[in-house]
Design a protein around this ligand. Structure first.
Ligand code: SAH
Length: 246
């Protein structure tokens, strides 16, 4: 049974909302920075939408973003989880993981701060390298401070190194025509798709096995269709308008 908490509540105010090309959980990288071309923004909201809150923030190249896992929050949490890094079989304590199903559904990501835009009293932070679902509620933003936040020789157990992302990604003729068609709106689309697919978004148990399934993933307003070619290549076979799931 999944657990929830009913007492000892602490309340936070949402200070902003994410605008992300990732419209669904499938294919979002498992940590920030793995897909550097994933660009999005944070729109500050309510009382936090005030240029004073971000005064001098632009001198930092990276920020910590604290957010709510709103997409999975309702599913509650369990004390043990199965991290994809361990093949999805071994159970470990939720607090030894970066699972979204935590006692408090709080996520934290270091992202690149590309620019801060203030227009008509609206503060927008442009960020990249994100692993955030569209419309993610933000509860805090802090500067990333390398001298304290980076510990290069720290032990990270089963997650010591970045997962390998050596899948080769190709685009068939249909996909290439579609890329050209969308290049005005999305100039870096090919690179973005390549980086996302190189991470192998399939469930862990599919890795290293024959797979003839056609997969679909939504990025921006587009649906990208792709399939495996052998064990180490992915072919993108179609890029069409995403059908709204609402
Ligand atoms: N860097 C964060 C998140 C790690 S889990 C942390 O360590 O806390 C990464 C996964 O979070 C992604 O694969 C994505 O599927 C999921 N995710 C991102 N935003 C989410 C949201 N708003 N709700 C639910 N899941 C989300």
């Amino acid at each position: 049974m999944n657990r929830t908490y009913v007492s000892n509540k602490v309340e936070f105010n949402v200070i902003g909302q994410v605008n992300s090309p990732y419209k669904e959980k499938f294919a979002i990288p498992r940590q920030p920075g793995l897909v550097s071309s994933a660009k999005g923004s944070i729109t500050l909201t309510g009382d936090a939408n005030d240029p004073e809150l971000v005064r001098e923030l632009a001198q930092f190249s990276h920020i910590w973003v604290l957010f709510v896992f709103h997409g999975t929050q309702e599913q509650g949490w369990k004390p043990l989880v199965r991290p994809p890094r361990l093949g999805g079989n071994k159970k470990i304590g939720v607090l030894a993981s970066r699972s979204t199903f935590r006692p408090n559904p709080i996520g934290m990501s270091v992202v690149k701060l590309d620019a801060i835009d203030i227009k008509d009293q609206q503060v927008i932070l442009h960020i990249s390298g994100i692993d955030l679902l569209d419309k993610t509620p933000i509860i805090d933003i802090k500067p990333y401070v390398p001298y304290s936040d980076s510990i290069p020789h720290a032990n990270a157990g089963f997650a010591q190194t970045q997962p390998s992302s050596d899948l080769k990604v190709t685009f068939n003729e249909h996909a290439q025509i579609a890329l050209a068609k969308h290049s005005n709106n999305h100039p870096d689309l090919a690179l973005f798709i390549e980086q996302v697919l190189a991470q192998d978004p399939r469930p862990a148990y599919k890795k290293g096995k024959d797979d003839d399934k056609v997969y679909g993933m939504n990025l921006y307003d587009l649906n990208i269709q792709w399939k495996m070619q052998g064990l180490s290549s992915i072919e993108v076979i179609g890029i069409t308008s995403a059908v709204s799931k609402l």
